[in-house]
Design a protein around this ligand. Structure first.
Ligand code: PGA
Length: 255
């Protein structure tokens, strides 16, 4: 079994969070990103807009669409929730699950595991976010990240774990002024791959491990190639077509 994600290309995900303010701006930004991506063969690009813009920015293009969350319920009386089926019906292929900003608002590990299961059952690729609050000197962060990964995947059949993407986002590096160093990230990417291999064996070999937290056009290529990750989850810098285009080119051209 193989991951459907192209292993040779780098997976670059735009997490727009609660931006931009209008459908018009969302369409313009998406168009600009699609134009940049269409010229690059070394990157796979996914835009994760707020739910309300998924339908209006989806088009048959190289750029794929994802949601920023889903409900673990199927349908019915769940005011304010959006189901995996609804998201998929608009053309989305991906969904971010367990972002630290949602965990901070009280999303529990058990709910994250249910959402991951629901995404896979619906044919959406879950981008499972994990990451420590503090990179402590005693190394407690290693066990924290391990526990988050295993807990998020616990409801999946072992034969299905290859369907996920792991996004390592150290919380202290999100929305910050500096990303994690590519040296430290390399340690973490090796560690995360070891956690996956120890738990699931060969089936986990192709699981993409990506990084998020203060990535921009100037550090993106170093983070990807020195940090040895399969891609990036980008917040702020994905809100400017120009900056995100430069970031995509930097990774594509390894500069
Ligand atoms: P940032 O956000 O790139 O603005 O640090 C990353 C994220 O939260 O996914």
């Amino acid at each position: 079994m193989k991951n459907t994600i192209n292993q040779k290309k780098k997976l670059i995900i735009a997490n727009w969070k609660m931006n931009p303010d209008s459908e018009k701006s969302a369409k313009e930004l998406a168009l600009s990103i699609k134009k940049s991506a269409s010229r690059l063969s070394g990157v796979d690009v996914v835009i994760c807009p707020p739910y309300v813009f998924i339908g209006s920015i989806f088009s048959k293009s190289k750029v794929k669409i994802g949601a920023q969350d889903i409900s673990f319920e199927d349908k019915g009386s769940h005011t304010g929730e959006v189901s995996a089926t609804q998201v998929a019906s608009l053309g989305a292929n991906f969904v971010i699950i367990g972002h630290s900003e949602r965990r901070k608002k009280g999303e529990a590990e058990g709910d994250i595991a249910k959402k991951v299961l629901k995404a896979v059952a619906t044919g959406l690729t879950p981008i499972v976010c994990v990451g420590e609050d503090v990179h402590d000197e005693e190394g407690k962060y290693l066990e924290i990240v391990r526990a988050q990964i295993l807990s998020a995947l616990i409801l999946l059949k072992k034969t299905e774990v290859w369907k996920v993407v792991i996004a390592y986002e150290p919380v202290w590096a999100i929305g910050a002024t500096r990303a994690m160093s590519s040296y430290d990230l390399h340690q973490m990417s090796l560690y995360i791959r070891k956690v996956l291999a120890d738990e699931y064996g060969k089936i986990a070999v192709g699981i993409p491990v990506i990084y998020g937290g203060s990535v921009d056009a100037t550090n993106a290529a170093e983070i990807v190639y020195q940090g040895e990750v399969d891609g990036l989850l980008v917040g702020r810098e994905s809100l400017s077509g120009e900056n995100f285009g430069a970031l995509l080119r930097a990774v594509n051209n390894k500069i």
